[in-house]
Design a protein around this ligand. Structure first.
Ligand SMILES: Nc1ncnc2c1ncn2[C@@H]1O[C@H](COP(=O)(O)OP(=O)(O)O)[C@@H](O)[C@H]1O
Ligand SMILES: [Mg+2]
Length: 163
């Protein structure tokens, strides 16, 4: 019911504090429940910041039943939920030639959801993402999630009382 048909209007930011991996997963799940087909998400933050945990939740929110793994060694995992999900991990990316080979831009076709870990390995603007999620470690189990996204999504997330 709450899934947006499309993004319209301006952009906004939302900073969330997570106190556990299940809380981060829940945040991902709510985002997954709200985003329209064609959404591109750029995830940034160091190793162990919680990017893959967030993607696990995102996939649940998109109705994916497969187990979500970190595609660190293989660069791409594909899942099928209510929408196809393409999960990239650019940690081992060697250059933009390689990113063309693994098909990041091909996956962005307006119907799939594309989520990219280590998106900051790409030149700024290259991905044309709708949503940026930056995760930061602030304690053993504490994370700060800074979302930069279309305002209608941010409003929806605020109503879900994620913080
Ligand atoms: N609040 C939290 N949010 C997300 N992960 C957390 C949190 N607290 C502890 N963790 C742990 O941090 C690790 C995050 O791993 P992962 O999601 O694979 O990171 P990344 O994909 O950013 O390298 C997991 O072991 C997870 O259990
Ligand atoms: Mg990861």
């Amino acid at each position: 019911m709450k899934r947006l048909d499309r993004f319209e209007g301006g952009r906004a930011q939302l900073v969330l504090k997570s106190g556990s991996s299940s809380q981060t997963e829940h945040m991902g799940r709510v985002v997954g429940e709200c985003i329209p087909a064609g959404t591109v998400l750029a995830l940034t933050g160091g190793l162990g910041a919680g990017k893959t945990v967030f993607v696990k939740g995102l996939c649940k929110g998109l109705g994916v039943r497969d187990r979500v793994l970190s595609p660190t060694f293989i660069l791409l995992e594909e899942y099928r939920g209510v929408l196809p999900v393409y999960h990239f991990d650019l940690y081992r990316l060697k250059g933009t030639d390689e990113v063309e080979e693994i098909g990041v831009l091909d996956a962005i076709d307006g119907t799939n959801v594309v989520v990219v870990e280590w998106a900051d390995r790409l030149p700024p603007g290259w991905l044309g993402e709708d949503i940026v999620v930056n995760l930061e470690v602030v304690g053993e189990n504490e994370r700060r999630l800074a979302l930069e996204a279309p305002i209608d999504l941010i409003e929806l997330l605020k109503r879900e009382k994620l913080s």
